[in-house]
Design a binder for this molecule. Structure first.
Ligand code: IMP
Length: 423
């Protein structure tokens, strides 16, 4: 059976949860494969608005199993708070949640280091979510990390943990003049975490491939977006993981041969939180109009999002590095009131036309735009693409023409049912 992926094609916050929620209704297992509690995936059903951070947003359907993949960095406090919150809203989580035992544990010192670094950088900061993401991945790669599986091994508490803390304390005490972490306190904390997660731990590559072989289908839930990918994004203003298709394979252990549909999610315009270059960004006054129309404030940090016009080169870059097979366009209704709408259709860098997203000097890009008349009609009620106002249909078709990809889902409002399906 196939595994499909939903990936952000812009700078995150593309409204992935809505499409994931729709696809999850027909899926046996939903898997998050990268990132951590830096994500905020919002699903609105009836009067309820539910924001997922670590737990896959596919969890809304009773028969779906959710998996936190091995490519994730999991903050146990954030996870237990989220489980409690979801269960208080009537969503049963514990029996249906599995955790890859090779996922890394994100600890309070990762969050502390993230805040220390951001504050020390002043105007040069990355604008992280301060959830400790970069520091947990740094430990993973430099081999000072702690994995979920370690927590249930007796030897870990007597050998590995003291060694890790000795290393951490050298940095905290000598470089940052902070208090050391107590071995006893950390041992007690991690033993409690171990008790809580033990029933949910799985060997993910075995479990997921076996379920696929036995006929189950899987949806891989991307977090952040292609332009925040540590390799393909606007480095260093990126997150610290691979949010792209490569990350989905490494972060789950699912064989690439199982992959089928790769859906690229993009808003009908574009937003970004945090620092970093953003070619189609609007001037402050116009940006504020779009921010207000789209209610563009971060689901995790509440920060106002920067806003701009749809950027075709960004989508083509996402299509290239992810192998996108289709697009979903979210929040089309946000453009309902605009007189004219622009689309970035090409780039010039240092006076020369380029047909790729450059890996440097992004701030020097000059964007070439096409301008289109708006439709000035409400679209929230529309459920069939042919019933969209003529100019809205034209807008979607223009995106298809420039990207070469079919737009198979169109979001026209925040609720689960506010969606146009099919091309
Ligand atoms: P970090 O992932 O917290 O280290 O933040 C690095 C960059 O990625 C910052 O610009 C964040 O604002 C951005 N970022 C991280 N997660 C998300 C997300 O889920 N949506 C949008 N931006 C994100």
């Amino acid at each position: 059976m196939p595994a499909d992926i939903v990936i952000g094609a812009q700078w995150g916050d593309e409204g992935k949860a809505k499409v994931i929620d729709y696809l999850a209704s027909k899926t046996d297992i939903v898997v998050r494969y990268s990132g951590g509690a830096n994500a905020g995936h919002t699903v609105e059903v009836g009067n309820q608005k539910i924001v997922f951070h670590l737990v896959p947003s596919g969890m809304m359907y009773e028969n779906t199993i959710s998996v936190l993949g091995g490519g994730m960095v999991i903050d146990p406090d954030a996870l237990f708070d989220e489980i409690k919150d979801l269960e208080s809203k009537g969503i049963k989580v514990r029996d249906r949640l599995r955790i890859a035992d090779n996922a890394h544990v994100l600890l309070p010192y990762h969050k502390e280091m993230d805040s220390i670094q951001e504050e020390s950088l002043g105007d040069d900061k990355i604008g992280t979510t301060k959830r400790g993401i970069g520091f947990c991945y740094t430990d993973k790669v430099s081999r000072w990390g702690i994995r979920m599986r370690d927590l249930i091994s007796e030897g870990f508490y007597t050998k590995r943990l003291p060694l890790v803390l000795e290393q951490k304390n050298k940095v905290l005490e000598n470089i940052h003049k902070k208090n050391p972490i107590s071995l006893q306190e950390m041992t007690d904390y991690l033993r409690k975490v171990a008790e809580n997660v033990r029933p949910m731990l799985i060997n993910a590559p075995y479990y997921l491939n076996m379920e696929l072989d036995s006929g189950k289908n899987i949806l891989l839930e991307g977090a952040q977006g292609t332009m925040l990918d540590v390799d393909f994004g606007t480095y260093p203003y990126v997150t610290s993981s691979n949010s792209t298709t490569g990350g989905a394979i490494a972060g789950t252990g699912i064989s690439f041969q199982h992959l089928q549909e790769v859906v690229g999610l993009a808003k009908a315009y574009i937003t970004r939180v945090g620092e970093g270059p953003f070619p189609t960004e609007l001037e402050p006054e116009a940006a504020e109009i779009l921010r207000k129309a789209g209610n563009e404030y971060g689901a995790t940090t509440g920060r106002p999002r920067r806003t701009g016009w749809y950027d075709v080169e960004v989508i083509k870059h996402a299509a290239r590095v992810n192998g996108l097979t289709s697009l979903a366009m979210t929040k089309l209704d946000v453009l309902d009131t605009f007189d004219t709408i622009k689309i970035g259709v090409g780039y010039e860098l240092n006076g020369k036309r380029i047909s790729y997203f450059p890996s440097g000097e992004v701030e020097n890009i000059k964007v070439l735009y096409e301008e289109m008349p708006g439709w000035k009609e409400k679209t929230a009620h529309v459920r069939n693409r042919n019933d969209l106002p003529k100019n809205a249909r034209k807008y979607v078709e223009t995106v298809e023409k420039f990207t070469g990809l079919p737009v198979k889902w169109i979001g026209v409002g925040p609720k689960r049912e506010d969606m146009i399906l099919g091309k």
